[in-house]
Design a protein around this ligand. Structure first.
Ligand code: EPU
Length: 455
Protein backbone atom coordinates (compact mmCIF):
# COMPACT_ATOMS: atom_id res chain seq x y z
CA UNK A 1 0.00 0.00 0.00
CA UNK A 2 1.51 3.39 -0.92
CA UNK A 3 1.78 6.34 1.48
CA UNK A 4 -1.15 8.18 -0.08
CA UNK A 5 -3.49 5.21 0.28
CA UNK A 6 -2.32 4.81 3.87
CA UNK A 7 -3.11 8.50 4.54
CA UNK A 8 -6.48 8.01 2.91
CA UNK A 9 -7.41 4.93 4.95
CA UNK A 10 -6.47 6.71 8.18
CA UNK A 11 -8.63 9.68 7.22
CA UNK A 12 -11.51 7.38 6.17
CA UNK A 13 -11.39 5.72 9.58
CA UNK A 14 -11.38 9.07 11.33
CA UNK A 15 -14.65 10.11 9.67
CA UNK A 16 -16.25 6.68 9.80
CA UNK A 17 -16.31 6.10 6.03
CA UNK A 18 -17.04 2.41 5.59
CA UNK A 19 -14.97 2.18 2.41
CA UNK A 20 -12.11 3.99 0.74
CA UNK A 21 -13.58 3.49 -2.74
CA UNK A 22 -16.78 4.76 -4.32
CA UNK A 23 -18.43 3.60 -7.52
CA UNK A 24 -20.38 6.35 -9.26
CA UNK A 25 -22.83 6.15 -12.15
CA UNK A 26 -22.51 9.61 -13.62
CA UNK A 27 -24.21 11.76 -16.21
CA UNK A 28 -27.04 12.91 -13.94
CA UNK A 29 -27.40 16.56 -12.83
CA UNK A 30 -27.20 17.12 -9.08
CA UNK A 31 -30.31 18.74 -7.61
CA UNK A 32 -31.12 19.71 -4.05
CA UNK A 33 -29.65 21.43 -1.00
CA UNK A 34 -26.54 20.93 1.11
CA UNK A 35 -25.49 22.60 4.33
CA UNK A 36 -21.98 24.00 4.68
CA UNK A 37 -20.72 24.45 8.23
CA UNK A 38 -17.55 25.85 9.81
CA UNK A 39 -14.48 26.27 7.61
CA UNK A 40 -11.80 23.60 7.96
CA UNK A 41 -9.19 26.32 7.59
CA UNK A 42 -10.61 28.32 10.49
CA UNK A 43 -11.98 25.72 12.86
CA UNK A 44 -8.71 23.83 13.22
CA UNK A 45 -6.85 27.06 14.04
CA UNK A 46 -9.56 28.21 16.45
CA UNK A 47 -9.07 24.93 18.30
CA UNK A 48 -5.36 25.67 18.63
CA UNK A 49 -6.15 29.18 19.92
CA UNK A 50 -8.01 27.61 22.85
CA UNK A 51 -4.59 26.50 24.14
CA UNK A 52 -3.66 30.13 24.77
CA UNK A 53 -6.43 30.68 27.31
CA UNK A 54 -6.68 30.09 31.02
CA UNK A 55 -10.40 29.29 30.71
CA UNK A 56 -12.45 26.92 28.51
CA UNK A 57 -13.54 27.97 25.01
CA UNK A 58 -16.64 26.99 23.07
CA UNK A 59 -16.66 26.66 19.30
CA UNK A 60 -19.86 26.13 17.29
CA UNK A 61 -20.40 24.71 13.81
CA UNK A 62 -17.37 22.44 13.85
CA UNK A 63 -17.63 20.03 10.90
CA UNK A 64 -17.07 16.29 11.26
CA UNK A 65 -13.87 16.06 9.22
CA UNK A 66 -10.63 14.16 9.71
CA UNK A 67 -8.51 17.28 10.28
CA UNK A 68 -10.66 18.25 13.29
CA UNK A 69 -10.18 14.76 14.62
CA UNK A 70 -6.39 14.99 14.28
CA UNK A 71 -6.28 18.37 16.05
CA UNK A 72 -8.50 16.96 18.82
CA UNK A 73 -5.93 14.16 19.25
CA UNK A 74 -3.04 16.61 19.32
CA UNK A 75 -4.79 18.83 21.90
CA UNK A 76 -5.56 15.74 23.98
CA UNK A 77 -1.89 14.73 23.93
CA UNK A 78 -1.08 18.10 25.48
CA UNK A 79 -3.72 17.79 28.18
CA UNK A 80 -6.49 19.93 26.66
CA UNK A 81 -9.81 18.21 27.22
CA UNK A 82 -12.07 18.40 24.18
CA UNK A 83 -15.74 17.55 24.56
CA UNK A 84 -18.35 17.65 21.82
CA UNK A 85 -22.13 17.42 21.87
CA UNK A 86 -21.98 15.41 18.65
CA UNK A 87 -23.73 18.23 16.78
CA UNK A 88 -20.76 20.48 16.11
CA UNK A 89 -20.28 22.34 19.39
CA UNK A 90 -16.88 21.76 20.96
CA UNK A 91 -15.79 22.73 24.46
CA UNK A 92 -12.04 22.98 24.84
CA UNK A 93 -10.60 23.16 28.33
CA UNK A 94 -6.89 24.00 28.61
CA UNK A 95 -6.77 23.90 32.43
CA UNK A 96 -4.45 20.87 32.58
CA UNK A 97 -2.04 21.62 29.76
CA UNK A 98 1.06 19.47 30.16
CA UNK A 99 3.96 18.04 28.20
CA UNK A 100 3.02 15.33 25.73
CA UNK A 101 4.56 11.90 25.42
CA UNK A 102 6.54 11.44 22.25
CA UNK A 103 4.54 8.32 21.29
CA UNK A 104 1.24 10.22 21.42
CA UNK A 105 2.57 12.98 19.19
CA UNK A 106 4.30 10.58 16.86
CA UNK A 107 1.06 8.67 16.34
CA UNK A 108 -0.31 11.80 14.67
CA UNK A 109 2.69 12.35 12.40
CA UNK A 110 1.94 12.93 8.75
CA UNK A 111 -1.79 13.45 9.16
CA UNK A 112 -2.23 17.21 9.05
CA UNK A 113 -0.39 20.51 8.75
CA UNK A 114 -2.09 22.10 11.75
CA UNK A 115 0.37 20.81 14.42
CA UNK A 116 2.90 23.41 13.21
CA UNK A 117 0.57 26.05 14.67
CA UNK A 118 0.94 24.60 18.17
CA UNK A 119 4.47 26.08 18.42
CA UNK A 120 3.74 29.54 19.82
CA UNK A 121 0.88 28.53 22.15
CA UNK A 122 2.91 25.62 23.59
CA UNK A 123 5.96 27.81 24.13
CA UNK A 124 3.78 30.24 26.04
CA UNK A 125 2.03 27.56 28.07
CA UNK A 126 4.75 25.00 28.86
CA UNK A 127 7.98 26.53 27.59
CA UNK A 128 8.61 23.96 24.87
CA UNK A 129 6.94 22.47 21.82
CA UNK A 130 7.45 19.14 20.12
CA UNK A 131 5.93 19.00 16.66
CA UNK A 132 5.55 15.75 14.71
CA UNK A 133 6.27 15.37 11.01
CA UNK A 134 3.63 17.36 9.16
CA UNK A 135 1.08 15.93 6.78
CA UNK A 136 -1.54 17.62 4.64
CA UNK A 137 -2.06 17.52 0.91
CA UNK A 138 0.89 16.71 -1.30
CA UNK A 139 0.50 19.71 -3.56
CA UNK A 140 4.06 20.99 -3.48
CA UNK A 141 7.07 21.16 -1.20
CA UNK A 142 5.15 23.11 1.43
CA UNK A 143 8.20 24.41 3.29
CA UNK A 144 7.90 25.83 6.83
CA UNK A 145 10.77 28.32 6.66
CA UNK A 146 8.48 31.36 7.18
CA UNK A 147 7.10 29.72 10.31
CA UNK A 148 10.50 28.89 11.77
CA UNK A 149 12.03 32.27 10.88
CA UNK A 150 9.11 34.04 12.56
CA UNK A 151 9.36 31.91 15.69
CA UNK A 152 13.09 32.63 15.90
CA UNK A 153 12.31 36.36 15.63
CA UNK A 154 10.11 35.96 18.73
CA UNK A 155 13.05 34.37 20.59
CA UNK A 156 12.40 30.67 20.03
CA UNK A 157 15.22 28.18 19.55
CA UNK A 158 14.45 25.54 16.94
CA UNK A 159 16.06 22.08 17.01
CA UNK A 160 15.33 19.39 14.51
CA UNK A 161 15.66 15.90 15.93
CA UNK A 162 14.62 12.36 15.01
CA UNK A 163 11.43 13.05 17.00
CA UNK A 164 10.34 15.99 14.89
CA UNK A 165 10.86 19.67 15.61
CA UNK A 166 11.60 20.74 19.18
CA UNK A 167 11.31 24.40 20.16
CA UNK A 168 12.26 26.11 23.37
CA UNK A 169 12.32 29.74 24.49
CA UNK A 170 14.69 30.07 27.44
CA UNK A 171 14.22 33.85 27.63
CA UNK A 172 10.49 33.84 26.85
CA UNK A 173 8.88 35.19 23.70
CA UNK A 174 9.01 38.90 22.90
CA UNK A 175 7.35 41.01 20.21
CA UNK A 176 9.00 40.98 16.80
CA UNK A 177 9.29 42.88 13.56
CA UNK A 178 8.50 40.44 10.76
CA UNK A 179 8.04 40.75 7.01
CA UNK A 180 6.86 37.62 5.25
CA UNK A 181 8.40 36.93 1.83
CA UNK A 182 4.89 35.89 0.65
CA UNK A 183 1.51 36.43 2.37
CA UNK A 184 1.36 32.87 3.69
CA UNK A 185 -1.85 31.90 5.48
CA UNK A 186 -0.14 29.50 7.89
CA UNK A 187 2.79 31.80 8.70
CA UNK A 188 0.39 34.69 9.39
CA UNK A 189 -1.55 32.46 11.78
CA UNK A 190 1.71 31.37 13.38
CA UNK A 191 2.62 35.00 14.04
CA UNK A 192 -0.86 35.82 15.39
CA UNK A 193 -0.96 32.84 17.74
CA UNK A 194 2.52 33.64 19.03
CA UNK A 195 2.39 37.44 19.25
CA UNK A 196 -0.80 37.78 21.28
CA UNK A 197 0.93 36.63 24.48
CA UNK A 198 4.47 37.77 23.60
CA UNK A 199 5.93 40.59 25.63
CA UNK A 200 5.75 43.90 23.75
CA UNK A 201 4.49 44.67 20.26
CA UNK A 202 4.72 42.81 16.98
CA UNK A 203 4.51 44.28 13.52
CA UNK A 204 3.78 41.82 10.73
CA UNK A 205 4.12 43.01 7.13
CA UNK A 206 2.93 41.20 4.01
CA UNK A 207 0.37 39.32 6.10
CA UNK A 208 -2.30 37.07 4.62
CA UNK A 209 -5.77 38.58 5.02
CA UNK A 210 -8.03 35.66 4.11
CA UNK A 211 -11.49 35.82 5.75
CA UNK A 212 -10.52 32.79 7.86
CA UNK A 213 -7.65 34.86 9.26
CA UNK A 214 -10.02 37.73 10.04
CA UNK A 215 -12.26 35.24 11.85
CA UNK A 216 -9.25 33.98 13.84
CA UNK A 217 -8.44 37.58 14.74
CA UNK A 218 -12.05 38.02 15.91
CA UNK A 219 -11.66 34.95 18.14
CA UNK A 220 -8.36 36.23 19.58
CA UNK A 221 -9.97 39.61 20.22
CA UNK A 222 -12.80 37.88 22.12
CA UNK A 223 -10.07 36.23 24.22
CA UNK A 224 -8.54 39.58 25.14
CA UNK A 225 -5.92 40.13 22.42
CA UNK A 226 -5.19 43.56 20.93
CA UNK A 227 -4.72 43.21 17.17
CA UNK A 228 -4.94 46.02 14.64
CA UNK A 229 -5.26 45.24 10.94
CA UNK A 230 -3.74 48.15 9.05
CA UNK A 231 -3.85 48.89 5.32
CA UNK A 232 -1.45 47.14 2.92
CA UNK A 233 -1.23 43.79 4.70
CA UNK A 234 0.20 45.18 7.96
CA UNK A 235 -0.94 43.65 11.24
CA UNK A 236 0.03 45.18 14.55
CA UNK A 237 -0.27 43.16 17.77
CA UNK A 238 0.13 44.50 21.30
CA UNK A 239 0.98 41.55 23.54
CA UNK A 240 -1.16 41.01 26.65
CA UNK A 241 -0.42 39.04 29.81
CA UNK A 242 -3.29 36.62 29.74
CA UNK A 243 -6.10 35.47 27.49
CA UNK A 244 -9.47 34.12 28.47
CA UNK A 245 -11.67 31.56 26.70
CA UNK A 246 -13.93 32.44 23.78
CA UNK A 247 -17.34 31.45 22.46
CA UNK A 248 -17.55 31.62 18.69
CA UNK A 249 -19.51 30.37 15.70
CA UNK A 250 -17.01 29.47 12.96
CA UNK A 251 -17.35 31.16 9.60
CA UNK A 252 -18.66 28.92 6.80
CA UNK A 253 -16.36 26.88 4.60
CA UNK A 254 -15.85 28.93 1.45
CA UNK A 255 -13.96 26.13 -0.24
CA UNK A 256 -16.71 23.63 0.31
CA UNK A 257 -19.32 26.12 -0.94
CA UNK A 258 -17.30 26.75 -4.12
CA UNK A 259 -16.92 22.99 -4.58
CA UNK A 260 -20.67 22.32 -4.54
CA UNK A 261 -21.24 25.33 -6.79
CA UNK A 262 -18.81 23.83 -9.30
CA UNK A 263 -20.55 20.46 -9.01
CA UNK A 264 -23.84 22.13 -9.97
CA UNK A 265 -22.19 23.77 -12.99
CA UNK A 266 -20.34 20.70 -14.28
CA UNK A 267 -23.28 18.30 -13.94
CA UNK A 268 -25.82 20.80 -15.29
CA UNK A 269 -27.58 20.80 -11.93
CA UNK A 270 -28.99 23.15 -9.31
CA UNK A 271 -27.71 23.21 -5.71
CA UNK A 272 -28.68 25.43 -2.80
CA UNK A 273 -25.67 25.82 -0.52
CA UNK A 274 -27.06 26.73 2.84
CA UNK A 275 -24.69 28.72 5.04
CA UNK A 276 -22.74 30.27 2.10
CA UNK A 277 -22.19 34.04 2.29
CA UNK A 278 -21.74 36.28 -0.72
CA UNK A 279 -19.24 38.67 0.92
CA UNK A 280 -16.60 35.97 1.26
CA UNK A 281 -17.14 34.55 -2.21
CA UNK A 282 -17.32 37.63 -4.44
CA UNK A 283 -14.22 36.73 -6.47
CA UNK A 284 -15.52 33.20 -7.03
CA UNK A 285 -19.00 34.48 -7.95
CA UNK A 286 -17.57 36.81 -10.62
CA UNK A 287 -15.81 33.91 -12.31
CA UNK A 288 -18.87 31.67 -11.92
CA UNK A 289 -20.94 34.26 -13.75
CA UNK A 290 -18.34 34.70 -16.50
CA UNK A 291 -18.27 30.93 -17.13
CA UNK A 292 -22.04 31.03 -17.57
CA UNK A 293 -23.18 29.79 -14.17
CA UNK A 294 -26.09 31.44 -12.37
CA UNK A 295 -26.53 32.15 -8.68
CA UNK A 296 -29.07 33.69 -6.40
CA UNK A 297 -27.93 35.13 -3.09
CA UNK A 298 -30.42 34.51 -0.31
CA UNK A 299 -30.53 35.30 3.37
CA UNK A 300 -29.50 31.80 4.44
CA UNK A 301 -27.30 30.69 1.57
CA UNK A 302 -26.66 30.82 -2.18
CA UNK A 303 -28.38 28.84 -4.92
CA UNK A 304 -26.06 27.84 -7.78
CA UNK A 305 -27.20 26.41 -11.08
CA UNK A 306 -26.38 25.96 -14.73
CA UNK A 307 -28.83 27.78 -16.99
CA UNK A 308 -29.61 26.52 -20.50
CA UNK A 309 -26.91 27.17 -23.08
CA UNK A 310 -23.20 26.58 -23.38
CA UNK A 311 -20.58 27.35 -20.74
CA UNK A 312 -17.95 29.94 -21.71
CA UNK A 313 -14.17 29.59 -21.39
CA UNK A 314 -12.31 31.84 -18.91
CA UNK A 315 -8.83 32.80 -17.81
CA UNK A 316 -8.17 32.52 -14.07
CA UNK A 317 -5.14 33.34 -11.96
CA UNK A 318 -5.08 31.88 -8.46
CA UNK A 319 -3.82 34.24 -5.78
CA UNK A 320 -3.96 35.10 -2.11
CA UNK A 321 -7.10 36.85 -0.85
CA UNK A 322 -8.84 38.82 -2.26
CA UNK A 323 -7.78 36.94 -5.37
CA UNK A 324 -9.19 33.70 -6.73
CA UNK A 325 -8.29 31.03 -4.17
CA UNK A 326 -6.10 28.14 -5.23
CA UNK A 327 -8.57 25.77 -3.54
CA UNK A 328 -11.32 26.83 -5.93
CA UNK A 329 -9.59 25.97 -9.17
CA UNK A 330 -9.68 22.16 -9.03
CA UNK A 331 -13.49 21.75 -8.81
CA UNK A 332 -14.04 24.51 -11.36
CA UNK A 333 -11.61 22.97 -13.87
CA UNK A 334 -14.06 20.07 -14.29
CA UNK A 335 -16.77 22.51 -15.37
CA UNK A 336 -14.29 24.20 -17.71
CA UNK A 337 -13.83 20.92 -19.59
CA UNK A 338 -17.47 21.44 -20.62
CA UNK A 339 -17.04 25.09 -21.72
CA UNK A 340 -16.93 25.94 -25.42
CA UNK A 341 -13.37 27.04 -26.13
CA UNK A 342 -9.97 27.37 -24.48
CA UNK A 343 -9.70 28.20 -20.77
CA UNK A 344 -6.46 29.06 -19.00
CA UNK A 345 -5.96 28.44 -15.29
CA UNK A 346 -2.74 29.90 -13.89
CA UNK A 347 -1.85 28.33 -10.53
CA UNK A 348 0.50 30.75 -8.77
CA UNK A 349 0.20 29.61 -5.15
CA UNK A 350 1.35 25.96 -5.23
CA UNK A 351 3.74 24.27 -7.63
CA UNK A 352 1.93 20.95 -7.83
CA UNK A 353 -1.78 21.54 -7.83
CA UNK A 354 -2.68 20.15 -11.24
CA UNK A 355 -1.92 16.49 -10.46
CA UNK A 356 -5.66 15.82 -10.47
CA UNK A 357 -5.95 16.74 -14.18
CA UNK A 358 -4.33 13.43 -15.23
CA UNK A 359 -7.48 11.58 -14.22
CA UNK A 360 -9.65 14.08 -16.10
CA UNK A 361 -7.56 13.49 -19.22
CA UNK A 362 -8.04 9.74 -18.78
CA UNK A 363 -11.79 10.46 -18.75
CA UNK A 364 -11.62 12.35 -22.04
CA UNK A 365 -10.71 15.94 -21.09
CA UNK A 366 -8.27 17.93 -23.18
CA UNK A 367 -5.98 19.52 -20.56
CA UNK A 368 -2.33 20.39 -20.98
CA UNK A 369 -0.29 21.57 -17.98
CA UNK A 370 2.50 24.01 -18.84
CA UNK A 371 5.27 24.17 -16.20
CA UNK A 372 6.52 27.70 -15.62
CA UNK A 373 3.16 29.12 -16.69
CA UNK A 374 1.92 30.93 -19.79
CA UNK A 375 2.22 34.69 -20.30
CA UNK A 376 -0.84 36.53 -21.59
CA UNK A 377 -1.62 40.22 -21.99
CA UNK A 378 -4.44 40.01 -19.45
CA UNK A 379 -2.48 38.64 -16.50
CA UNK A 380 -2.52 40.78 -13.34
CA UNK A 381 -1.15 38.59 -10.52
CA UNK A 382 2.65 38.80 -10.11
CA UNK A 383 4.38 35.83 -11.78
CA UNK A 384 6.02 33.24 -9.49
CA UNK A 385 8.81 30.83 -10.47
CA UNK A 386 6.80 27.80 -9.29
CA UNK A 387 3.64 28.57 -11.25
CA UNK A 388 1.94 26.33 -13.78
CA UNK A 389 -0.83 26.91 -16.29
CA UNK A 390 -3.52 24.40 -17.25
CA UNK A 391 -4.77 24.89 -20.78
CA UNK A 392 -8.23 23.37 -21.08
CA UNK A 393 -9.88 22.90 -24.45
CA UNK A 394 -13.58 22.20 -24.32
CA UNK A 395 -16.13 20.92 -24.59
CA UNK A 396 -15.13 17.29 -24.25
CA UNK A 397 -17.56 14.63 -23.11
CA UNK A 398 -16.23 12.74 -20.08
CA UNK A 399 -16.57 9.00 -19.73
CA UNK A 400 -16.31 6.95 -16.55
CA UNK A 401 -12.91 5.60 -15.50
CA UNK A 402 -11.00 4.15 -12.56
CA UNK A 403 -9.36 7.11 -10.84
CA UNK A 404 -7.27 7.64 -7.73
CA UNK A 405 -7.73 10.73 -5.54
CA UNK A 406 -4.40 12.58 -5.16
CA UNK A 407 -5.36 15.22 -2.55
CA UNK A 408 -8.33 16.89 -0.88
CA UNK A 409 -9.49 19.44 -3.47
CA UNK A 410 -8.26 17.37 -6.40
CA UNK A 411 -10.29 14.55 -4.90
CA UNK A 412 -13.48 16.54 -4.87
CA UNK A 413 -12.88 17.45 -8.49
CA UNK A 414 -12.59 13.72 -9.22
CA UNK A 415 -15.97 13.20 -7.62
CA UNK A 416 -17.43 15.96 -9.78
CA UNK A 417 -15.82 14.49 -12.89
CA UNK A 418 -17.24 11.04 -12.10
CA UNK A 419 -20.69 12.57 -11.51
CA UNK A 420 -20.45 14.47 -14.81
CA UNK A 421 -19.11 11.56 -16.88
CA UNK A 422 -21.26 9.16 -18.79
CA UNK A 423 -20.94 5.63 -17.44
CA UNK A 424 -19.38 4.16 -14.34
CA UNK A 425 -16.35 5.45 -12.44
CA UNK A 426 -14.50 3.92 -9.56
CA UNK A 427 -12.87 6.54 -7.34
CA UNK A 428 -10.38 5.31 -4.76
CA UNK A 429 -8.54 7.05 -1.87
CA UNK A 430 -11.87 8.52 -0.89
CA UNK A 431 -10.72 9.10 2.69
CA UNK A 432 -8.58 12.04 1.55
CA UNK A 433 -11.81 13.89 0.75
CA UNK A 434 -12.98 13.24 4.31
CA UNK A 435 -10.15 15.43 5.53
CA UNK A 436 -12.10 18.51 4.57
CA UNK A 437 -15.63 17.66 3.37
CA UNK A 438 -18.04 16.52 6.04
CA UNK A 439 -20.68 13.87 5.32
CA UNK A 440 -20.04 14.19 1.61
CA UNK A 441 -21.52 10.81 0.74
CA UNK A 442 -24.75 11.68 2.57
CA UNK A 443 -24.81 15.02 0.77
CA UNK A 444 -24.39 13.25 -2.57
CA UNK A 445 -27.38 11.07 -1.71
CA UNK A 446 -29.40 14.18 -0.87
CA UNK A 447 -28.49 15.60 -4.29
CA UNK A 448 -29.71 12.50 -6.10
CA UNK A 449 -26.31 11.09 -7.09
CA UNK A 450 -26.16 7.42 -8.03
CA UNK A 451 -23.30 5.70 -6.27
CA UNK A 452 -22.32 2.90 -3.94
CA UNK A 453 -19.45 2.55 -1.51
CA UNK A 454 -17.42 -0.50 -2.48
CA UNK A 455 -17.35 -3.35 0.06
N1 EPU B 1 5.28 28.94 1.89
C1 EPU B 1 6.67 28.94 2.03
N2 EPU B 1 7.19 28.84 3.30
C2 EPU B 1 6.39 28.74 4.40
C3 EPU B 1 5.00 28.75 4.26
C4 EPU B 1 4.46 28.85 2.98
O1 EPU B 1 7.40 29.03 1.04
O2 EPU B 1 6.95 28.65 5.51
C5 EPU B 1 4.69 29.04 0.53
C6 EPU B 1 3.95 27.76 0.14
O3 EPU B 1 4.84 26.79 -0.34
C7 EPU B 1 2.98 28.26 -0.90
C8 EPU B 1 2.62 29.65 -0.38
O4 EPU B 1 3.66 30.02 0.52
O5 EPU B 1 3.62 28.39 -2.14
C9 EPU B 1 1.28 29.73 0.31
O6 EPU B 1 1.21 28.81 1.36
P1 EPU B 1 0.36 29.11 2.69
O7 EPU B 1 1.29 29.11 3.85
O8 EPU B 1 -0.47 30.31 2.47
O9 EPU B 1 -0.56 27.84 2.78
P2 EPU B 1 -0.95 27.00 4.06
O10 EPU B 1 -1.16 27.87 5.24
O11 EPU B 1 -0.03 25.83 4.20
C10 EPU B 1 -3.53 27.20 3.78
C11 EPU B 1 -4.66 26.23 3.62
C12 EPU B 1 -4.65 25.63 2.23
C13 EPU B 1 -4.78 26.78 1.23
C14 EPU B 1 -3.66 27.79 1.44
C15 EPU B 1 -3.80 29.00 0.55
C16 EPU B 1 -4.91 25.37 5.84
C17 EPU B 1 -4.77 24.22 6.76
N3 EPU B 1 -4.50 25.17 4.61
O12 EPU B 1 -2.35 26.44 3.59
O13 EPU B 1 -5.75 24.80 2.14
O14 EPU B 1 -4.73 26.26 -0.07
O15 EPU B 1 -3.67 28.24 2.81
O16 EPU B 1 -4.99 29.67 0.80
O17 EPU B 1 -5.40 26.42 6.20
C18 EPU B 1 -6.95 22.90 1.56
O18 EPU B 1 -7.83 23.29 2.34
O19 EPU B 1 -7.10 21.93 0.76
C19 EPU B 1 -5.68 23.57 1.54
C20 EPU B 1 -4.58 23.05 0.97
Amino acid sequence: MNALTQDSRRAAERVGLSSDTIVIDGGKPLHGAVEVRGAKNLVTKAMVAALLADRPSVLHDVPAIADVNVVTGMLGAYGVSVATDGKGTYRLDPKNVERAHFAEIDALAGESRIPILFCGPLLHRIGEALIPDLGGCRIGDRPINFHMDSLRAFGAIVDKSYEGIRLTAPDGLHGADIELPYPSVGATEQVLLTSVLAEGTTELRNAAIEPEIMDLIAILQKMGAIITVEPNRVVFVEGVERLSGYEHRAMFDRNEAASWASAALATGGDIFVSGARQQDLTTFLNVYRKVGGAFDVREDGIRFWKPAGALRPVEIETDVHPGFMTDWQQPLVVALTQAEGRSLVHETVYENRFGFTEALVAMGADIRVVPGGVETSTRRVPRRPLEQTAVIQGPTPLTGADIVVPDLRGGFSHLIAALTARGRSRVSNLGLIGRGYERFTEKLTDLGAEFALED
